[in-house]
Design a protein around this ligand. Structure first.
Ligand SMILES: *[C@@H]1O[C@H](CO)[C@@H](O)[C@H](O)[C@H]1NC(C)=O
Ligand SMILES: *[C@@H]1O[C@H](CO)[C@@H](O)[C@H](O)[C@H]1NC(C)=O
Ligand SMILES: *[C@@H]1O[C@H](CO)[C@@H](O)[C@H](O)[C@H]1NC(C)=O
Length: 229
């Protein structure tokens, strides 16, 4: 069983703190099949039928009817082994145009939502993806294998295979070194800047102080105080 490792690093812009952590998880016999974990529908579109027929469909694929999903605002949870599972399958990292629909007896079928369903949407470690449409539904999908397609940039945690792990580690190391150097330069810059500002201010104060005396000379002459100074 191969072990997958991910090097996560974060650079906080303000404090320029660099934290790294290594997370590993083992990869079992997974395939990029997508199962429906749960769904809530917020409304139905069919007026005549007592019970709606909700189905999932991807372009170029088979339609999958969800036999149990009939009531609004009810959470339907699935274990992934139902007769109609899995919903679909990803053969590459390419997205599919998929959606939830409702059969309509008169006109063309109603659309809950149709969207670009991408393997990179699934987040590690569980390979979960929540599709939430405030007016129509909230659905969670599972696809463990899909996390392999996740982008480093698109998700906070991502997986990298053993082959490109070295390259990623190298990149992380470079970024960490740059961050440290940048923090040091910034701190030195701030210290130097503060010292310079202090010096400048002292000079200005001195100049103002001297000017005060020069301006005061006339008065002092009159008062006969110039000898004292
Ligand atoms: C659609 O279903 C048929 C029969 O169940 C199956 O042979 C075919 O592979 C399926 N197509 C896809 C794209 O899943
Ligand atoms: C959608 O459903 C998931 C799983 O039931 C839940 O964790 C999440 O909070 C829901 N989101 C909204 C906005 O209801
Ligand atoms: C994922 O990465 C590929 C290149 O590796 C890039 O073309 C694509 O736009 C990225 N997708 C997202 C969602 O960041």
């Amino acid at each position: 069983m191969p072990i997958r490792c991910t090097l996560n690093f974060r650079v906080s812009a303000f404090f320029l703190l660099v934290s790294t952590f290594l997370s590993c998880h083992s990869e079992g016999a997974e395939s990029a099949v997508v199962t429906l974990d749960s769904i809530v529908i917020y409304k139905t579109h069919e007026w005549l039928a007592a019970k709606p027929t909700v189905y999932f469909h991807c372009q170029g694929g088979n339609r999958t009817t969800l036999p149990d999903v009939q009531k609004e605002h009810v959470l339907y949870s699935f274990n992934g082994e139902e007769s109609w599972q899995p919903l679909t399958e990803f053969k590459s990292k390419k997205c599919k145009r998929c959606g939830f629909y409702e059969e309509d007896s008169i006109k063309s079928d109603d659309v809950f939502e149709e969207w670009e369903f991408c393997p990179s949407d699934f987040t590690a470690p569980a390979g979960k993806y929540v599709r939430f449409n405030p007016k129509e539904f909230n659905a969670t999908f599972l696809c463990l294998k899909c996390t392999a397609y996740s982008n480093v940039t698109s998700t906070s945690s991502s997986t990298s295979s053993i082959t490109d792990g070295g390259e990623k580690g190298m990149q992380s190391a470079i970024i960490i070194v740059i961050s440290i150097v940048a923090s040091v330069v910034l701190i030195i810059g701030m210290v130097v800047g503060y010292k310079y500002w202090q010096k400048k201010r002292r000079q200005q104060d001195q100049a103002r102080f001297l000017k005060l005396f020069e301006d005061g000379d006339d008065i002092e002459d009159e008062l006969g105080l110039s000898d004292v100074i």
